[in-house]
Design a protein around this ligand. Structure first.
Ligand code: ME8
Length: 659
């Protein structure tokens, strides 16, 4: 019997640029699959990382006037931090410049060289700059390039070649025998079609005179290997380093590679033949997903249509973003991205279907049972139907996850929630309660049990919100079980608060300035990946200013309770260019970093604020000031032309709530 294990990988991302929604998608998908398999009882491993060698990275570093290593050391943690912010939990994060990786690349090269499967030759051909590889005549034609096209250069030089052509027949046989090897089916056919033409050998080196930023070949110190022969090996190098061949064998037969369709050939053709040459078995499956498109074009920086994940998360929250990515992409096809679609998806699925039913149920629970979960009574016909559907949902979701149909899995879970809504209408516990309180209690138990089950099934996709739901229901994590009938009676639930408030599209004020901020290469890593902010109390907010409240108007304590005040520590401060009013602050709340723009430049030197604890309003809608996103507002007292930023008199834990 094969072990119940699951090993999932993402491509390792180039560090020549910032992460965008495409990177966020593949990594979220891997995280969600990993969490599902863990929920289903498998032993799991999830690997992601960064691809740090090659021409593009060398050029990006040159442009900034720093060494490639310094550039990589700055960029790689940005990816890692972004994944952390997105609640993505890889088991390891590999960087191709780490010695643990390069040592294995050299070992494998030596092994293949010793088997006489690598040779030197002088090659003349067209080299595609963006893809960093030589193109065949056919590929030149297919891409519509000629010798004059700026995308390619003609190069003649000595290089090392891997005898990939020797493995063509074996590869075709393997793909034909194992339909799950390349998915979806369309991509498998595409590769089989590609393999109808004779397969060439693969150039795996660059002379150091042309490119030095790579892994030196063990058999010729004038050459490096880079990109594919380097990067693909990350999938095995990490395990070999962690525990040698035994550790690799533990995970390797279960390896599932997730990639975008842009890197299908490299993973479906180069990679299995490299493995075969090195004496390793092929991976289990390669899953190629489609692209997120903006206005029908792939996102790319040159087109200026890149969507930054952090901007979206700061506006709508991490879980809403994760939910949208998984729900709105049918794996294998392209999907059109729009912020409007994200907002609509949140409102229809999460706020309406899930959130409304939850609120109604909790209100009824409060009214008739003082918030204590009642016991289930005997199941009638309607209850039986609900239980049958719930059990069917469990089976279907497991199967759909196995088939990588996550968007359908989510829809299936939501259908169960909608069915529970109908059940509530059919049974009308608000009427029932007058005649038979126990029967009304049984109805509420059934609806809440649907929520417990839905929370279990949705927890891999929206872990933060489902944790909040459990807390609201007074349940512990071990109630996240995949069977009907777990909900304990007699538990006191917490206060009902909207888990998924209705969202509106948040418009950006001034896009061009935001670009300027993000282009600033000297900005701290947080500034680039975590642009948040809000006006200070003393500046005109970017959102339309609320009317000044008339003096002496009394407000309810509930109104004040809506305002989240927290203690923050200023970690960085600078003047905002081209204005003498604003400072840009980075503040820590302990568990997160935020950016706040405050109108206090006339009163404070930036340095004087660093290290100080201040008070911020933490739940203001984000706004843009001079193109810089502000997430929160600091409090300051103003009298005449004096201003004092407020903070605790004694130092307290950073992030502490103020009540
Ligand atoms: O190719 N929609 O790195 P990369 C969906 N370093 N996914 C997208 C996307 C989009 N618009 N754009 C990018 C590399 N992706 C190599 C990989 S692996 C051994 C080496 C995702 O930074 C998608 O997963 O260009 C794609 O395969 C990956 O980002 C490319 O990332």
């Amino acid at each position: 019997m094969t072990a119940n294990r699951f090993y999932v990988t993402t491509p390792i991302y180039y560090v020549n640029d910032e992460a965008h929604i495409g990177h966020a998608y593949t990594t979220t998908l891997a995280d969600v699959l990993n969490r599902y398999h863990r929920l289903f009882g498998a032993d799991t491993f999830f690997l992601t990382g960064t691809d740090e060698h090659g021409q593009k990275v060398q050029q990006a570093a040159e442009k900034r006037g720093i060494s490639p290593q310094a550039h990589c050391d700055e960029m790689a943690p940005r990816f890692a931090r972004l994944w952390q912010t997105m609640h993505i939990q890889p088991d390891d994060f590999v960087r191709t410049t780490e010695a643990r990786h390069t040592a294995i690349v050299r070992d494998v090269l030596q092994k293949i060289w010793d088997k006489d499967l690598i040779y030197a030759d002088v090659y003349k051909g067209f080299y595609e700059i963006s893809e960093e590889r030589f193109l065949t005549d056919k590929e030149m034609q297919a891409k519509g390039y000629t010798a004059e096209s700026p995308e390619v250069v003609q190069i003649e030089e000595k290089n090392y070649f891997f005898k990939m052509s020797q493995f063509q027949d074996w590869l075709i046989g393997h793909i034909e025998s194992y339909p799950e090897f390349i998915q979806p089916e369309g991509r498998r056919k595409e590769i089989l079609g590609f393999l109808k033409q004779p397969l060439g050998d693969l150039c795996i080196s660059r002379p150091k005179s042309r490119l030095s930023w790579g892994v030196e070949l063990p058999f010729d110190t004038d050459y490096v290997t880079y990109v594919w022969f380097d990067a693909l090996l990350n999938y095995v190098s990490v395990h070999l380093d962690r525990g040698g061949e035994a550790e690799l064998q533990k995970w390797w037969p279960h390896a599932v590679h997730l990639v975008g369709k842009d890197i299908l050939t490299t993973h479906a053709v180069y990679w299995p033949t490299m493995l075969k040459a090195a004496g390793y078995e092929p991976f289990q499956s390669l899953i190629a997903h489609g692209w997120w498109l903006m206005d029908n074009a792939k996102m790319s920086k040159s087109k200026g249509n890149v969507v930054k994940p952090l901007d979206l998360m700061q506006k709508y929250g991490v879980d809403a973003f994760r939910y949208f990515l998984i729900r709105d992409m049918s794996l294998g096809q392209d999907s059109q991205f729009s912020e409007q679609a994200l907002v609509e998806r949140m409102n229809s699925d999460l706020a309406n279907d899930f959130g409304n039913l939850l609120n109604r149920t909790l209100k009824l629970l409060d009214k008739y049972f003082q918030g204590v979960i009642p016991s289930p009574g005997p199941a009638g016909e309607l209850e039986q139907e609900l239980v049958t559907l719930a059990e069917q949902t469990l089976t279907d979701v497991r199967q759909l996850v196995g088939e990588y149909k996550l968007h359908t899995a989510l829809e299936t879970i939501l259908q169960l929630v909608r069915r529970a809504n109908k059940y509530l209408e059919q049974t009308a516990p608000w009427k029932l309660a007058k005649a038979d309180l126990a029967a009304a209690g049984s109805v509420l138990w059934h609806v809440l049990e649907v929520f417990r089950l839905a929370a279990t099934l949705l927890s891999p996709v929206i872990p933060g919100k489902m944790q909040a739901l459990l807390t609201q229901l007074g349940l512990s994590e071990d109630t996240l079980q995949l069977r009907w009938g777990v909900l304990p009676a007699g538990i006191q639930t917490g206060a009902a608060e909207a888990l998924f408030p209705r969202q509106e599209l948040i418009k950006q004020e001034d896009e061009t300035m935001s670009e300027t901020l993000n282009e600033t290469t000297n900005a701290s890593p947080e500034a680039k990946i975590e642009p948040t902010a809000q006006a200070a109390a003393t500046t005109a907010p970017a959102a339309p200013p609320a009317e000044d409240p008339p003096e002496n108007v009394l407000i309810d304590i509930q109104d004040f309770a809506k305002v989240q005040l927290r203690v923050a520590e200023v970690t960085f401060a600078e003047r905002v260019p081209k204005t003498d009013k604003l400072l840009r602050l980075e503040v820590s709340l302990g568990d997160e970093t935020r950016q706040i723009v405050a109108g206090i430049a006339a009163y404070y030197e930036p340095e004087a604020l660093v290290g100080k604890q201040i008070v911020i309003v933490a739940n203001l809608k984000p706004a843009k000031l001079r193109g810089i996103m502000s997430h929160g507002m600091l409090l300051a007292a103003k009298s005449g032309d004096q201003l004092s930023v407020l903070g605790p008199i004694n130092s307290v834990a950073t992030g502490a709530s103020i009540s």
